[in-house]
Design a protein around this ligand. Structure first.
Ligand SMILES: [Fe+2]
Length: 412
């Protein structure tokens, strides 16, 4: 077995109804005054929102909250157009820090709670750092800023209401502005606690459920066959793919009532975060950042649309190379997992099993009714730019620019 490590993970509280433990979590972190970033679209029911704030206050913790509805990312991801970009913004982080500091006469909260989708969690994660750094958070972004994050942060609790990015388990916050999409990253930025209550995800709309779920599936699959995968991420990724294979379609079709399907997808998404933080990702995510910075395509829609093509071409490129046999077997196992079959399944030749995987990925995208990339203004010229600006991350086959361009054309 090769040498490997595993980065820190949050303390995990998982289960239907676990949100009632939020107050005791904050007390355990020593926080008496918390700032809650809450997405009204994610927690649409005011009674639920008030109930969450009550749980915090009944534990003796003072709490104020910032509504998140002024931000992009709360719109329907299947409605192309202005404001569809689903990432958090450094300007919003700076504004919240300024407001919260002035409301406390120059002081700062003692902990941050973020309740919402990936962009709300990323905003909360960035806030937990921003309160303890000087200047704008933009100064600390990879590839944009000139300062190095110190790693100091306020205690941070992530409460995801969508099952997708896995941000509750990662050490980076993706922040974007027109023209860039960059990470704020430090090993210490992992949430102290990830509180995952699948009941909070029942109200997530169908289109958001589909896009987020396909992001999680992409992350699990890319991490599973990554060049830097390890035995722990392999085990987690495969189990995440089994859960997603079982429950993606039920969560999309009857997500408002199927708590078990929501739990499976929340579990898959959380594992996808742990896997990507430790094993890395592949070509789909290598292109997603470039696409997100240049168009309004939502991350999950981009991933779900491109994934079948990247997997199919990866299989074709690796086939016939003896050194790639292990990866090809893993791609077959991923197909079994996503199709709900056991690994002992006698599914014919390896080629048949790869066709099963690609067919299943295409089926999930089709049933989810994902829009094509052209619907978000991505044309051939923009596809060329994305292919050139993107990369392959740890994909088991490294495509050149022309090949990446061809992949994008197939998804337009
Ligand atoms: Fe992703």
């Amino acid at each position: 077995m090769r040498t490997f490590g595993l980065a820190r993970t949050p303390r995990l509280l998982f289960g239907a109804g676990e949100i009632v433990r939020l107050g005791e979590c904050l007390v355990g972190l020593g926080a008496h005054d918390v700032l809650v970033v809450i997405s009204p679209s994610a927690v649409a029911d005011p009674e639920t929102r008030d109930g969450i704030m009550r749980v915090i206050r009944e534990a003796g913790v003072g709490a104020s909250y910032v509504r998140y509805d002024a931000l992009p990312g709360t719109l329907d991801p299947f409605e192309p157009g202005e404001g569809c970009c689903a990432e958090a913004s450094p300007d919003v982080v700076d504004a919240i820090v300024a407001d919260a500091t002035s409301a406390r006469s120059g002081g700062r909260p003692e902990a941050i709670v973020a309740i919402g989708g990936g962009s709300a969690i990323d905003t909360g994660k960035a806030l937990s750092a921003a309160f303890l750094e000087d200047g704008s958070i933009t100064d600390y972004l990879e590839g944009v800023g000139t300062r190095t994050p110190s790693g100091r942060k306020l205690p941070f609790v992530a409460v995801p209401t969508t099952a997708g990015t896995g941000s509750e388990a990662t050490k980076n916050a993706v922040l974007s502005r027109p023209g860039f999409k960059k990470s704020l990253r430090h090993d210490r930025y992992v949430a102290d606690i990830a509180l995952i209550d699948p009941r909070l995800q029942l109200s997530c709309p169908r289109s958001q459920t589909a896009a987020s779920g396909l992001d999680a599936i992409t992350q699990l699959l890319e991490a599973y066959v990554s060049l830097t995968a390890n035995p722990v991420t392999d085990a987690l990724a495969l189990d995440g793919l089994r859960a997603a294979g079982r429950s993606f379609l039920p969560a999309v079709d009857r997500g408002e009532s199927d708590v078990e399907a929501r739990a499976d997808m929340a579990y898959a998404a959380c594992l996808s975060g742990i896997c990507l933080a430790n094993a890395g990702l592949g070509t789909v995510h290598g292109l997603a950042g470039a696409a997100g910075a240049r168009s309004s395509v939502p991350h999950g829609v981009f991933c779900g649309t491109l994934l079948p093509h990247v997997v199919e071409r990866t299989v074709a490129a690796l086939s016939g190379h003896p050194e790639a046999h292990g990866t090809l077997r893993k791609l077959a196992a991923a197909g079994w997992a996503l199709c709900g079959r056991e690994s002992g399944f006698s599914g014919g030749s390896l080629e048949d099993q790869h066709r099963m995987l690609v067919g299943r990925l295409a089926e999930l995208a089709r049933v989810a009714a994902l829009p094509r990339l052209a619907g978000y203004g991505i044309d051939e010229a923009l596809a060329r730019q994305i292919a050139e600006a993107g990369d392959n991350k740890q994909n088991p086959h490294q495509f050149d620019v022309d090949e990446r361009y061809e992949l994008l054309l197939r998804a337009l």
